[in-house]
Write a protein that binds this ligand. Sequence first.
Ligand code: F58
Length: 848
Amino acid sequence: MAFTTNNPLIQVEDDRTGLSVETLKRALADNLFYLQGKFPGIATKHDCYMALAYTIRDRLLQRWLNTFQTYMACDNRVVCYLSAEYLLGPHLGNNLINLELYEPVKQAVEESGLDLQELIDLEEEPGLGNGGLGRLAACFMDSLATLEIPAIGYGIRYEFGIFDQEIKDGWQVEITDKWLQLGNPWEIARPEASVLIKFGGHTETYADDHGNYRVRWIPGSLVKGVPYDTPILGYKVSTANNLRLWKSEAAESFDFRRFNLGDYYGAVEDKVSSENLTKVLYPNDEQIKGKKLRLAQQYFFVSCSLQDMIRIHLTGNPTLDNFHEHFAVQLNDTHPAIGVAELMRLLVDEYRFDWDRAWQITHATFGYTNHTLLPEALEKWSLSLFGDLLPRHLEIIYEINQRFLDQVRIKYPQDSGHLAQLSIIDEAGEKSVRMAHLATIGSHAVNGVAALHSELVKETILKDFYEIWPEKFSNKTNGVTPRRWMVLSNPRLSQLISEQIGDTWIKDLDQLHQLEPYAADAEFRQKWQSMKRSVKQDLANYIQVQNELLVDPNSLFDVQVKRIHEYKRQHLNVLHVIHLYLQLKNDPTLEIPPRTFIFGGKAAPSYYIAKLIIKLINAVGDVVNHDPAIGDRLKVVFLDDYNVKLGQRVYPAADLSEQISTAGKEASGTGNMKFSLNGALTIGTLDGANIEIREEVGAENFFLFGLTTPEVEQTLAQGYRPWDYYQNNADLKAVIDLINSGFFSHGDTTLFRPLMDSLLGHDPYLLMADFQSYCDCQAQVSKAYQDQDNWSRMAILNVARMGKFSSDRTIREYAKEIWSINPVQVELEDLCPDGRCLLISHTNGAHS
Ligand code: F58
């Protein structure tokens, strides 16, 4: 953006918005001096990163404020995405891509004597999520902005995100993630928009001025929610939506009453306990049952967010009667499901709506996305814990439940079985609140995240609800953003594609179809192979530094990166590694292509078996990698601290993507999409989105194995005996016996027993049943890899046919079928003419 100085002949770019290399260099030096308080001679690399981040943030602010202004002026609906997790990944590189500034910034940074990639790598990623669910929320934010859909992401600003993982002696060790330690240049605190949140206490009834029966909640404590805003810019558009994350603080930072009574330590106690609320992210799969702090976190961010929406709404509307016309609120799993009861409370208790109208508004506002069928992951809160923390909400939930069950009684007279199954209150054992039931009853739309999963939701966990409201249920197959997962992370591939078909695919991923004819073009396949080779070399270099292990970039990179969980079956992969190892030991002349097995992923700290799987992977690696008889033919690598940043290195380099969950267990998977979009072939079961990926890329370009979901159910129902598979399969027996012999554990025959006993005893995820099919399929993979030319043909076809899996497509479906929301174009106008920002009047500050 240019402004004119007093001398009309001189055009000067504003240091804060200008996009030329010269201006960027000046801004960088300026920010280093004035924001970091350093000059080049004494600045650390991190100072330089911060100065660059602020330089880019300035360019974002222009778009962000324009977006606010546009949304305020138009009367459009806004999507509010409520998610307890956002696994964003570093912002800098992504913002450069979306601003189309990568090249000029690279030049400016180089001319300043720095290396852009080095600065990008220095950014601490905000690990505010566990895995797929949190990462999906981040992809959705990118797509919402790119599609110019007015949206606010609401969540929690955890002080400590997902733990950092170190591997010591093959075991996972958890380290606190202090991501905010060196400052976060991408966020802006908005203390002026803070809200108060009540907890505990009791309720009272009273008659209002009109003699109506009302309820008042007298809380036991108050916590303040302070918003921190991060702009999320779309690709090649001026839209920058807001991600608003809440931090908890003490309502009163210092208790003068207690201080004056001489209780010096007690005076800050409240501050400490309030701040604890958003201190740490709960790691996935942890036994969260009974964790009061977790429910408190959920209620905290949901109440903050709903109060924020109400404040915004009331700046432009006299009442909340049309709240649902302005806000579509999407619940990312049940973690924010308490929102249903909270919006009812706000409308009925605080804004004095009658129950029925409040219910209409609430029901029209919410949509609920389910992400899991695993019974242990379905959230339930004991009534006593719930009532202690949220006494008013428990009353509201009882009322919602009663009215709902009255309807059910009419539909199914004299059928108490149905009532018990549908009730929000689970009466079996310790009574509890079933959050999935609350979310389903309180939402006008319920969806799963892949075709199979959405069908299973209707057939299993929400079957009885589906019978009552079939029209409520739909499928929205997940997707991933091609900006981060292709353009940013795999520039070599992206460039090769764009050279052939132009770059419109980045915003319209179906365009990848145009690549299809090139699969038959020998010259293109050659280019493809050399591109892949250099990407693999990059990962090999990383492995050499991180793991002190040399791996051959010509070997087949066979990759499984994701959270470690029994249902994802990393241990099935290990059984196959050992099987290959034994084959090679028994027959050194065996002709199979060299393979590098690459694993990565975190186990929940309290999930013992998952941690033992990590230990097993490393133990097998220790033996295999140092066996001279094996040499370079097999290598096993465990990459520690798998996160978004590492994902960006790994997906591009993979030849084979391991998607081997037990059929029916993985809701969708999104890593499967990232791999295939980067040209890896998939070995997988008919589970989650694998099914749809296979449909798209063609069965002949996908390595399928394993039992189907009905076969899994049937096998279990018939009295599954894993021991029989072990007894009857010599290869399987040899693998298990080798582990049990202590071969991988320095003679310790007990170390891996819990894992092996589980496989031979119950094997709830049917590894024994799928072992042979998996090994046979892997043999086909080996054979296919030997024909490099054909392999690259299949890889090109995979990429060309993956257009469906852009999160842009997913978001378009949500926008049309659930949110009824249209895009709003943001025009970039100079809000700072003459280089001086105009003061925006107070009344316009609604979105701030
Ligand atoms: C994941 N869920 C699904 N949950 O497992 C995966 O199949 C799907 O692709 C993805 O959601 C996106 O839809 C998931 O990541 C969690 O991490 C929960 C966090 C809170 C505790 C329980 C697990």
